[in-house]
Design a protein around this ligand. Structure first.
Ligand SMILES: Cc1cc2nc3c(=O)[nH]c(=O)nc-3n(C[C@H](O)[C@H](O)[C@H](O)COP(=O)(O)OP(=O)(O)OC[C@H]3O[C@@H](n4cnc5c(N)ncnc54)[C@H](O)[C@@H]3O)c2cc1C
Length: 402
């Protein structure tokens, strides 16, 4: 038997579950599929998840308007009101302070499991939403009428729009025949939770080192989550170090900014990639989040960009439906692509350029880089521009993000 939905979202990570919630909140019949059920409860005293995201003000606005931010805050979100960036190879320093903006904080560090659990709980409560899990898509056909998928158990589902949010190795993107362009960075993001002697002072710290930046991100409970970009071989070597050896490396790399590092939890490393899909849409089909674009995490923008995709596709579909136009026609969906592709490419390219700038081993260039940072730090206009951009506040945002 075939089951039809207005929208099927494949992939219930941060981005897919947000798109599903935004649509179901407006009464659109939506099914969310995932191969795995996410963890939704854990002991209160358990150490933080090693996967966290620095969520911008724009992302907070989206999550608030779809009714999940309060539930996230009840679980745990770590506000930061300052950001301190410094260069190990020059005198370059950048300091951002919420006091220079009209907001009380610059953003929040949130465990990915907190965001996903709150989104799935909300979907359970929305009458227009159905969760199908575990469900694995084996085949996809998109024609002029609809998108059709066949699941591993033989079930056939159809939709006016199929949203693929199944991550950077998206199987759905491949099934739709959409090509990608990109490269491996040959760097890994080493992640872990640490506790330190000194308070993190609600500050997101980032030190640029020759192999890549080390970020120390403040968690609500006083610990920090680290994202340490290292050459692939170094990251593998650091994963194998004893706890004491690792703590020593980290203390050195952080220049003791948090005093002694007292402990580190389980460590993980994720190979980093620059990758973008050549198209975001086909007939009755769209890509969002990492399925559409994977970027360097040095400014913590991947999930934030994906949340803007989720809000933009929801807005596009809702407006098309309200205008009684076919919601899955390529023409309607192309509006979403025009809206989001340029913004995402600009963001990804800036991350790429910054990564290249800070891994250059040329003395004159390092001095120039340091001077550039000092100039930005002392020029209010430039600093405000970068601050607004980092908070996700720019032109042409979806309504949900404003
Ligand atoms: C080290 C590191 C640090 C980062 N830090 C930040 C940060 O501070 N801020 C930020 O904004 N971003 C950050 N990012 C990026 C961010 O983690 C990702 O951009 C974001 O998680 C992508 O979310 P997504 O929902 O698109 O994909 P994913 O999180 O990959 O979710 C994909 C979902 O699809 C499901 N799935 C996969 N295949 C199938 C299938 N065939 N059928 C059904 N379901 C399927 C999976 O189970 C999963 O639930 C970081 C990334 C890294 C590597």
């Amino acid at each position: 038997m075939k089951q039809h939905y207005s929208v099927i979202v494949v992939g219930g990570g941060i981005v897919g579950a947000t798109a599903a919630c935004a649509l179901a909140t407006e009464g659109i019949e939506v099914a969310l599929l995932d191969v795995h059920n996410p963890i939704r409860t854990w002991p209160e005293d358990e150490q933080a998840d090693i996967r966290v995201s620095a969520l911008t003000r724009a992302s907070q606005n989206i999550l608030t308007k779809i009714g999940v931010w309060d539930a996230m805050a009840q679980r745990s979100v770590g506000p930061y009101d300052q950001m301190h960036v410094w260069d190990a190879s020059s005198a370059g320093v950048l300091h951002f302070d919420a006091a220079d903006t009209k907001y009380d904080v610059l953003g929040h560090i949130v465990e990915n499991r907190v965001t996903v659990a709150a989104l799935w709980d909300q979907l359970d409560a929305l009458p227009s939403a159905s969760i199908l899990c575990p469900a694995k898509v084996m085949d996809l056909t998109c024609d002029t009428d609809k998108a059709e998928i066949i699941l591993e158990d033989g079930a056939v589902l159809t939709a006016d729009v199929l949203i693929a949010a199944d991550g950077r190795d998206s199987a759905l993107r491949q099934m739709a025949g959409i090509q990608t362009t990109g490269w491996e960075y040959q760097q890994d993001g080493l992640v872990a939770t640490i506790s330190s002697e000194k308070s993190h002072q609600q500050t997101a710290w980032q030190r640029f080192l020759p192999e890549g930046p080390l970020a120390l991100l403040p968690l609500k409970n006083g610990d920090c989550s680290i994202v340490w970009t290292l050459k692939h071989e170094t990251a593998q070597e650091y994963l194998a170090l004893t706890e004491n050896e690792f703590l020593q490396k980290l203390e050195q790399a952080s220049e003791g900014v948090l005093g002694n590092i007292l402990s580190v939890g389980p460590r993980g490393a994720f190979p980093l990639r620059f990758q973008y899909a050549q198209q975001y849409t086909a007939e009755h089909f769209v890509l969002v989040g990492d399925a559409a674009h994977a970027m360097h995490p040095l400014a913590g923008q991947g999930a934030n960009a994906g949340l803007l995709d989720a809000a933009a596709i929801a807005e596009t579909i809702i407006q098309t439906e309200q205008a009684s136009r076919p919601m899955g026609s390529h023409k309607s969906l192309r509006r979403y692509e025009r809206w989001r592709k340029g913004d995402n490419l600009a963001m990804m390219s800036s991350m790429d350029v910054i990564n290249k700038m800070y891994t250059q081993d040329n003395e004159a260039f390092k001095q120039l880089r340091g001077t550039g940072m000092q100039v930005i730090n002392q020029t209010n206009l430039l600093k405000n521009y970068f601050n607004q951009y980092a908070m996700g506040l720019r032109d042409d945002l979806p309504e949900l993000a404003n």
